[in-house]
Design a protein around this ligand. Structure first.
Ligand code: 4NP
Length: 157
């Protein structure tokens, strides 16, 4: 991979559960792999949680796995579609919405479902929304997101 900055944006609905852990896991894995030119951020499709810290259930699940979340929720902006090279939607609805709000047709190829990067058959077709689920679902999100990040790194190096 050449030395140019490569910017990845993780997107989910609220930007308090799945995409902040995506950002954090990707950051850690990029550092571990010496990919210093990768910049990572996350955003949500709704503004309902803007300014909030990640969901406490994800903060605690993440911390147990060595991921320390440091993000404030924000809604995706039009500018994000220009600024980022890769925009990962956590589930199918996220991807549909991202494609709908994408400001230009020639930016749409930046948008990819997280499931495109699964490195093995895991029985999931997306990174499912854990918001109304149990703590177990938050750990499953972390497991899936770790694999997604491995898949992204595999494609980049
Ligand atoms: P996330 O989870 O999209 O992974 O951040 C959700 C957070 C909030 C809501 C839904 C999903 N909500 O409906 O407020």
């Amino acid at each position: 991979m050449e030395n140019k900055e490569y910017k990845i944006l993780f997107v989910c609905l609220g930007n308090i559960c799945r995409s902040p852990i995506g950002e954090c896991v990707m950051q850690k894995k990029a550092e571990k792999n010496g990919l210093t030119n990768i910049k990572v951020d996350s955003a949500g499709l709704i503004s309902y949680h803007t300014g909030e810290q990640p969901d406490s259930r994800m903060i605690s699940a993440g911390a147990k796995k060595g991921y320390f979340l440091n993000h404030r929720a924000r809604k995706i902006s039009e500018q994000d579609f220009y600024d980022f090279d890769l925009i990962i939607g956590m589930d199918k609805e996220n991807v549909i919405k991202l494609k709908n709000i994408c400001p230009s047709p020639n930016l749409r190829n930046k948008i990819r479902p997280a499931s495109d990067y699964f490195t093995y058959e895991n029985g999931f077709d997306c990174v499912p929304d854990p918001y109304y689920g149990s703590q177990k679902d938050f750990y499953k999100v972390i497991e899936l997101v770790e694999d997604v990040c491995d898949g992204i790194i595999k494609e980049l190096i």
